[in-house]
Design a protein around this ligand. Sequence first.
Ligand SMILES: [Ca+2]
Ligand SMILES: [Ca+2]
Ligand SMILES: [Ca+2]
Ligand SMILES: [Ca+2]
Length: 167
Amino acid sequence: MMRLLLFFFGIILTLLISTNANAQYICGDNNDDGSVNVGDAVFLINAIFKFGPLPIPDCIADANNDLSGNVGDVVYILNYVFAGGPPPGPDCCDPFLCGDVNNDGDITPADVLYLTNYLNGVGDPPVPDECVGDLNQDGSITAVDLGILVNYLNGGPPPPEGCCGIP
Ligand SMILES: [Ca+2]
Ligand SMILES: [Ca+2]
Ligand SMILES: [Ca+2]
Ligand SMILES: [Ca+2]
């Protein structure tokens, strides 16, 4: 049963995640009524377990911004509505911040350290996808990309927005 559920989630995740990044939306407002409340948790449960309609755009289902739309987002919404947890989003449809290689939502010296460790073979690759570390979009992560990151933190131009192919 568990394996079946996991398989099913895999299909749903593929369905839920899209690259629609420019529509007006509220992350977690799955039923599009203008606010995030328990109805949105129910909406997402229906989408996952009962083949109900998907939110539009479907990326807003990713309330916890981990690049998947699943029961974790139902829990996240319930925690927000009932337990004072953090609100969804706002970047659920724009998950790739180029240069934020440790995926904490910001570009800071910690990203330089993360990327340096990776280039030295002692750290993990950039998350959530290696593409956020390819700042010059040449298909590989090198010292040049690290240089762009360092330069930005020293007041240079910001990394490009489309390093992962999503402008
Ligand atoms: Ca709603
Ligand atoms: Ca999620
Ligand atoms: Ca970061
Ligand atoms: Ca590169």
